[in-house]
Design a protein around this ligand. Structure first.
Ligand SMILES: [Zn+2]
Length: 80
């Protein structure tokens, strides 16, 4: 089993960035202070990148965003 550590950071170098995945160090980094839903979906987005990398799926940014949006919509539509 491959484990990724999750870390929180005050600011990324680029101030619009809110998440990052380091495949070498196995670390997902999320920006501090986001609202709960944004934190969750940013984590989920980075997790998708990690899974794609580890399974060799070669998912594009567009595919990751599409899956994230589809799941978020399903969660919201079902009141979870
Ligand atoms: Zn991404």
């Amino acid at each position: 089993m491959i484990r990724y550590k999750v870390e929180w950071i005050g600011e990324f170098k680029c101030d619009r960035q809110i998440g990052e995945t380091d495949y070498t160090e196995k670390i997902i980094t999320i920006k501090n202070g986001l609202d709960k839903a944004t934190s969750f979906w940013t984590f989920f987005h980075e997790l998708e990148h990690a899974i794609s990398e580890e399974l060799g799926l070669k998912m594009t940014e567009r595919q990751v965003n599409g899956l994230e949006m589809g799941l978020a919509q399903a969660v919201e539509d079902n009141g979870w």
